[in-house]
Structure formats: structure tokens, C-alpha cells
Write a protein that binds this ligand. Sequence first.
Ligand SMILES: [Zn+2]
Length: 205
Amino acid sequence: MERPDPVVHILLCHSPDMQGARTGANGLSERTLAEDVNFFVAERLRAKKVACWPVQKPTLIQRIMYLKKMSQLSPHQVALEVHFNSAPNETARGFMTLAHADSVHGLRLAKCIHERIHELRPAAPDLGVCACRGDLRYVDSDRQYRLQRLALLEDVKQWCCIPEAAFLSNKDDQKWVMKFDNRKALGYSISQGIIDFLETLTLEV
Ligand SMILES: [Zn+2]
């Protein structure tokens, strides 16, 4: 049976009233930085003829509605939310990619994207692909235990992942993220990871 063409849904992280919309670096919020990355993910996917649907500047209510809509997507669709970890007490640096522990495809999508981010940031600590179920416990680069809640992964268990591409609370990571060219390159890396993932599907029977 023919598989329908996938559509990539990209949600902008945090609504304006959430913490991530306020915390950031040098006057730029996590949300604003992620918006740049989303733009370049979408641009590159469209150039490669992959259908793409970025959700721009959602309010809190719109975000909840989009999360609900994403949870009802058919399993051949990709859902993505790019984050920069900006928790004020965070000491980690580097990058990790999160996916639902029960989703084989979600974990594979995360691995494909993670490998592309690794190529882009070879010198940064690689915190790995993290399998979780909405609540994430992980060990950061300072060997501290951390806990995060991830709304997207709670509801969407299909082809879905969250790249946490850098830590804004870390000076080195912050410097890296502040360069517009790095956000552009990150968008292209993530889109390439999505394309790598979609190519693995064509090998499946
Ligand atoms: Zn975030």
C-alpha cells in the first residue's frame, strides 16, 4: 500500500505568557530564537518539496489547540518543536533530542536530527537522544539530575521529537546561539535530519 506523503508540523515553543517566551539571552527570548530556526527548517524542507506547516506565534490558547490537533495527527506526519533550554538554574551545555519512549519512529526521527546537530556542533557536549514519556529525567553535562515536562511528547506519540539545541543559561552555548548564521545552520541541519528520517521510511515495507 502507498504511504501518503508526510507533512511536517513545526510548533513554535512557548506561548507569550510562558517562561520560555520571557527567558532568553541578550534581550532575545527562547521563543524568538526558535522562530528563526523554524523559518529555516521550513524554507529548506519546502525547497526539497516536503510539505511543511510551521505554526507562527501561537497564543496560549492557540498553542493548546495546536497540541491537541497534533495529538490527533495520523501516524505518517511529523511533529517538531525546537527548544533552547533556558531554565534559570540550568548549568548544562550542549544539546539533546527528546522523543517518546514508546515511539520507534519518534526515536528514529530524534536520532536522525540529533546526528545532524552533532555534525554542526561537534565540539559541544552531546547529551544524547533521550527517551521519555512526557516527564524527562536526564543527567546534564555537570552530572546533575534534571527534570522537565514536555507537553508535545505527552500527547503526541507518533513521529515527533523535540531538539533541545543549546542551553541559553550557559555562556558558551549562549554565544553560539546569538549568531544568526548558527541559527540558520541549525535550521538547515534539523531539516536535513527530517529528510534523512523520511528516507528511512522509503526503505520500510
Ligand atoms: Zn523551551
